[in-house]
Design a protein around this ligand. Structure first.
Ligand code: ATP
Ligand code: MG
Length: 145
């Protein structure tokens, strides 16, 4: 996926962006979300879940580190905020997820170090000065491998 920059001015527009990209995600897609606390990462995951017809409320799996949902495709939602060592990713079963058909989304993906595969789709969330405004950059140049 090429670099794509979107300015979102609401929760709804962040979720709509996520819904729109869902059909383009290949089997075993890995989305690595980067950005500060409250920048909209979980909100984006909610949009993906909606596109897959998942009814459950989506919350950051900060303590469990991983939540799984089943919709029209499997969704695995990881949050690495509390990961102590990037190697812990392997005990979470990342490799099995990306070998499957579903979609895996990782919050705080920068904590994975350099362990993510080359075809990972990186998405950067930035809080802008105007209230409720976020800049969302898919595959920013600096994280492309
Ligand atoms: N344009 C926007 N897109 C997304 N969220 C927005 C937007 N404007 C305001 N918000 C608010 O910002 C917050 C985003 O919260 P969210 O849980 O998605 O952040 P997060 O990046 O997952 O944070 P954390 O790192 O703590 O998990 C929510 O309170 C939401 O209402
Ligand atoms: Mg979150």
């Amino acid at each position: 996926m090429n670099t794509q920059i979107t300015i979102s001015d609401s929760v709804e527009s962040t979720q709509a962006l996520a819904e729109n990209i869902t059909p383009m995600l290949p089997p075993g897609a890995l989305l690595a979300l980067h950005g500060d606390l409250g920048s909209g990462k979980t909100c984006f995951v909610t949009g993906i879940a909606r596109a897959l017809g998942i009814q459950d409320p989506i919350t950051s799996p900060t303590f469990t580190m991983i939540n799984e949902y089943m919709g029209s495709r499997q969704l695995c939602h990881m949050d690495l905020y509390r990961i102590a060592d990037p190697d812990e990713l392997f005990s979470l079963g990342l490799e099995d997820y990306i070998d499957g058909d579903g979609i895996t989304i990782m919050e705080w993906a920068e904590r994975a170090g350099d362990l993510l595969p080359e075809d990972t789709i990186h998405i950067l969330f930035e809080v802008l000065d105007t209230p409720d405004t976020r800049r969302i950059t898919i595959n920013p140049q600096e994280t492309q491998q």
